[in-house]
Design a protein around this ligand. Sequence first.
Ligand code: NAI
Length: 336
Amino acid sequence: MAHRITLIPGDGIGPEVSAAAVRALEAAGVAIEWELAECNEKLIKETGQSIPKTVIDSLERTRVGLKGPVTTPVAGGFQSVNVALRKRLDLYANVRPVRTLPGLRTRFADLKLDMIIFRENTEDLYSGIEHEVVNDVVTSLKVITRKASVRIARAAFEYARLHHRKKVTSVHKANIMKLSDGLFLKCCREVGAEYPEIAYNELIVDNASMQMVSKPMQFDVLVMPNLYGDIMSDLAAGLVGGLGVVPGANIGDSHAVFEAVHGSAPDIAGRGLANPTAIMMSSVMMLRHLHEMKAADRLQDAIETVYAEGRVLTPDVGGAATTEQFTSEVIAQLKP
Ligand code: NAI
C-alpha cells in the first residue's frame, strides 16, 4: 500500500530541492501518494497566519511530512512557520545527523565525522514570549521545563542505545543560566543514569563551539536546548560541506516532519544551483521512519556513490552541475 505523505515544497529553493527529492524517492521504488500543502512567505503575508490550516489538516491526516524551507517574514509579528509547526504538532525532537560524505573535499577533508545532534524543538528562547517592558526595553523569556528536557534527553539516549553509540554530550550554559540550563542538565543526568553502558559528559556551549571546530572527532551523540542546537548544528554542517548536505527530522510521539537544516536560500533561488542532498538525505530518514529500510539504503548508497565519484556535484560543494543534473546522477546510481 502506498504511503500517504504531506509534501510542503516551501519557497526560495524549496520547490527545486523538494522536486528533486520526490524524483529520487519515486526512482527508489517507494509507493507514495503525496498530499500537496502550500506554505510560503506570500501565503503567510496574504492570510496573516504563520501556518496555513491546510498544512496542519494534511499533517493531522498523514502524520508524516516532507518539507522544503519556508522564508519567515522578518519582524511584522509573524511567528516562524517552523516554530509554529513544531509547537502545533509537538515535534519535540529535532534530529540532525552530521556525517562526512565520502570523497567530498572540504577544508576538513581528512576528518571522518559521524555525529548526531538532538535539539529540543519546542521551548527555550523560541517560545516567542517577548514583552516590551517600557519603550525601548524588551525581554524574551527562556522557557525550560522538566517535561521537554526529559523527553529530548531520552530521545538522545534511546538513539544511542539502539544504534550502539558510545557517548552522549549535553551542551549548556548552566554556569550563567543556573536555573533554566541547570534544570536541563539535571534532567539529562537523571535520564543518562538509566543508560550505564553509554558514556555521558557535559560541555559549556562556548567551549563546545570551540571544540566542535578544533576537535570535532570527540563528538558522537549531542543533546541540547533549542537555541544552542540551532547554532551548533549549522556550525557542525560547516565542517562537512555546508548546509546543502545536512539532513534533519522533527519527531514527535505521533507526527514527524522531515526537512533539511538549511533555509530558503533566496540568494540562489530559481537558478538551478541548489544542492538537493540535504532534503534527499532527509527523505532517507523519512524512509527509515516508514520502515522502508531497503529503499532508504539504496537511496543513501546512490547519493554516497555520486559524492565518491565526484563528477556531478553542485557548486556549493565544488562542482558545476545543476540541481537536476545531480538528481539524475543519483537516480542513475540507484542499484537495482
Ligand atoms: P539559508 O540556509 O537559506 O542560506 C544560508 C547560505 O547557505 C546561503 O548562502 C545559501 O545560498 C546557502 N545554502 C543553503 N542551502 C543550500 C543548498 N541546499 N544548496 C546550496 N547552498 C545552500 O539561511 P538564511 O539565508 O539565513 O535564511 C533564508 C530564509 O530561510 C530566512 O527567511 C529564514 O527564516 C528561512 N529559514 C527557513 C528554515 C526552514 O524552513 N526550515 C530554516 C532556516 C532558515
